[in-house]
Design a protein around this ligand. Sequence first.
Ligand code: SAM
Ligand code: SF4
Length: 332
Amino acid sequence: MTSVALVDQHGRVATDLRISLTDRCNLRCTYCMPPEGLPWLPGPSLLTDDEVVRLARVAMERLDVNEIRYTGGEPLLRPGLVKIIEGSSELRPRPRLSLTTNAIGLARLAEPLAAAGLDRVNISIDTLDEAEFEKLAYRRRLADTLAGIRAAAAAGLTPVKLNAVLIRGVNDSHPERLLEWSLEHGYELRFIEQMPLDAQHQWDREQMVTADEIFEKLSQRHELTPDPEHRGSAPAETWLVDGGPAKVGIIGSVTRPFCGACDRTRLTADGQVRSCLFSREESDLREAMRSGASDEELADRWRVAMWGKLPGHGINDPRFLQPARPMSAIGG
Ligand code: SAM
Ligand code: SF4
């Protein structure tokens, strides 16, 4: 390993860091968490705000990371979020800073987050129908999510990108409604195939709404043509809607894996480096840090963890084993 960057044995370089700030959530999306919730990580095991910013600094200064996305669980539930964003925006080089959120509470937090230096948000919204929302997320919070989306746009956290997961028999019958509404308001929508990362281990390949199906359904109402701007390392295949400039993304994480172009590295809320969402191994930076490791020692551990990144997620291999942690505890 000669490079200082986060390279792996397959030639990929990770420059995009996802940091989970909590495993807790105020929704219970069926593809992520059971209705009764999960045993949450104990408080002392979570990185403190200062520890989060220190690791972000190590990534920026020593590992050539250039983008940080905070996620969870629900990151808006993290009391120190504004402070963490503020600290991250003071790093040099300055990372691009974004947040993946269900937007509940964003109506109040969008302005302070923008003032603290947040650049953008990715908001998850699977339906515009209150009954479907409740069926999917076990909570009646659609109005809060919608208010959060509006507040994000008003605060300049743009482009506002929206993520939607389709679940067969619940919200898959009219995906064009979400698309048309998104285009009307200037939001960038991406549909994501459901992955085997639910805590309940109920993912079923036969039930998954595939990228091809989503494409077919949208095509019944709109003409979709390939976006000439190539997808690069971005996972979404983007399509021009009715000739453009409007676009829609479809992320075929399972049926069209993009692992060969992956540029992600992940840090869990309790300070474990994961080279992939589907890793079955983690590298503990929290205990190293609390035992007095220097910045360069932390960077080295991080490099070693990424060097061993597997070439692909293996979901389509019959020997595939779901990781022990669910999506909410990894950071999506
Ligand atoms: N709570 C925030 C949210 O929902 O945006 C951030 C964390 S959530 C785990 C991040 C993203 O992961 C969301 O867009 C969610 O839809 C997606 N997600 C969760 N479980 C998934 C699964 N099994 N398959 C595909 N996407 C999933
Ligand atoms: Fe919460 Fe996000 Fe998981 Fe839904 S997908 S339960 S909002 S962490």
